[in-house]
Design a protein around this ligand. Structure first.
Ligand code: PLP
Length: 453
């Protein structure tokens, strides 16, 4: 460790330039990556001593901030006790976490573990197809997802993703994935003004299911609120309508809670805000507050009945070496215990309400087209022209983000770069921030938009 630490920041950047290939970062000689060295509460500090308030919780995951000693201790204890065993057998951290997840889900679910959100979604697709195969409906293999949704980077999860800037040049991906328009109420895909919603985007599922022949559709996959794609909050009835359509046609409802889960929405899981019961729930990120990789796919117990067979091939023939790693499970249990003891789901709800109230005046700004909120998650859609809703240029958005960073606050962005939209700022702060820190984030975002204008 000392040798590496002794290397100065300059040479670390040089070594990075020589050896590293960063995700989502265009290779440009002028762009220097931040070398992140230290984390404390909601702050990170770089190798050259700059400190930032991280209003994105890393990549939408470090919900408990960067200095939870008890998570490190839980990992250390488990590592000393039993550092690894595959879940082809079983172990206490895996079992206890599965029990806890059932409490958070408020239902009866079977838990399959993996290491990332993408894999959790892959498992859900395999289970949906196998379920119908074993129900005697082998033609049900199609899966309907949404444009602007994000479900991961692997060939199946990316096929489900509806953001074309992430798929372009990697296609063809897994077959059988279809997309419906998102509930984007600001730019309604059906051309309706606010308040005149006719729920076409929810009803569209029914049309697609019929056009495809219902007997060929296995499942839909849906984020409660499209998060990374730009925080698209659906009308309150939307998820229930989609659930009813799924029921009508025997289509399984897979709810992707990778971002919305574990308190982000102000409820334990995002779908609980809408009073629906999913058939399958996928989760990752916040499950360990980002401290270790872990994900889970939860399958409603009734569906599991189809897999209670001794016949060959009837079981889940899916294994991965690290899925449900005991150390990650121990950290996840501790994460959920901390959330329970410190009432952090309620705190996230409260902070989310404050964030909404404090951001509201921004709606009057010349370049702010729309403000969207889901718990402690916000999207700010920037426009060049409020009247025509012409999106702000990618350069404008980038300048706002750079200005926030200059003022010590890290925020995120999303958009549809294929159509040259890259105009949505995102906020996803950790649940452990103080009221003052939340105020500071809002102040910096407001000042940075004003400065850039
Ligand atoms: N699903 C959603 C909703 C996500 O936001 C993400 C990641 O951002 C994923 C799935 C994929 O998770 P991972 O990056 O852990 O594979």
């Amino acid at each position: 460790g000392e040798n590496i630490r002794a290397v100065g920041k300059e040479s670390l950047v040089e070594l990075d330039r020589q050896y590293m290939w960063h995700p989502m970062m265009p290779y440009s000689a002028s762009q220097q990556p931040m070398v992140v060295a230290h984390g404390e509460g909601p702050y990170i500090t770089t190798e050259d001593g700059n400190r930032y308030l991280d209003a994105m919780s890393g990549l939408w995951c470090v919900n408990l901030g960067y200095s939870q000693k008890s998570l490190a201790e839980a990992a250390s204890e488990q590592m000393l006790e039993m550092p690894y065993y595959p879940l082809t057998h079983t172990h206490k951290p895996g079992i206890r976490l599965a029990e806890k997840l059932n409490q958070w889900l408020q239902g009866s679910y079977r838990i399959v573990y993996s290491n990332s959100g993408s894999e959790a979604n892959e498992v859900s697709f395999k289970i949906a197809r196998q379920y119908y195969e074993q129900m005697g409906e082998p033609n049900r293999w199609k899966i309907i997802a949404r444009y602007r949704g994000y479900h991961g980077n692997t060939m199946g999860a990316l096929a489900a993703t509806g953001q074309f800037q992430r798929k372009y040049k990697y296609e063809p991906l897994a077959p059988g994935f279809l997309h419906v328009p998102p509930p984007d109420c600001y730019r309604c895909p059906f051309g309706h003004q606010a308040g005149l919603c006719q729920h076409e985007c929810a009803n569209y599922y029914e049309q697609v299911i019929n056009w495809e022949i219902p007997e060929t559709v296995a499942a839909i996959i849906i984020e409660p609120v499209i998060s990374g794609g730009g925080v698209f909050v659906p009308p309150p009835e939307y998820l229930q309508r989609v659930r009813e359509i799924c029921n009508r046609y025997g289509v399984l409802m897979i709810v992707d809670e990778v971002i919305c889960g574990f308190g982000r929405s102000g409820q334990p899981f995002g779908h609980q805000n809408y009073g629906i019961t999913p058939d399958i729930v996928t989760m990752a990120k916040g499950i360990t507050s980002g401290y270790l990789p872990l994900s889970a796919t939860a399958i409603r117990d009734e569906l599991f009945d189809v897999f209670r067979h001794d016949s060959e091939y009837a079981h889940l023939r899916h294994v991965n070496t690290f899925g449900g790693h005991p150390v990650a499970c121990a950290v996840a249990i501790k994460t959920l215990e901390i959330m329970e003891e410190e009432h952090l789901v309620d705190r996230a709800a409260q902070l989310g309400q404050q964030l909404k109230t404090k951001l509201t005046p921004l709606a009057n700004h010349l370049h702010v087209g729309d403000l969207r909120h889901f718990g402690l998650l916000a999207g700010i859609e920037l426009v060049a022209d409020k009247e025509t809703k012409a999106p702000a240029s990618p350069e404008f958005t980038a300048a706002v983000i750079a200005e926030c960073k200059k003022r010590g606050v890290l925020i995120g962005k999303n958009g549809d770069t294929v159509r040259n939209f890259n105009n949505i700022l995102t906020l996803c702060p950790p649940f452990i921030i103080t009221d003052d820190e939340l105020d500071h984030i809002v102040t910096v975002v407001k000042e940075s938009i004003a400065k850039t204008t």
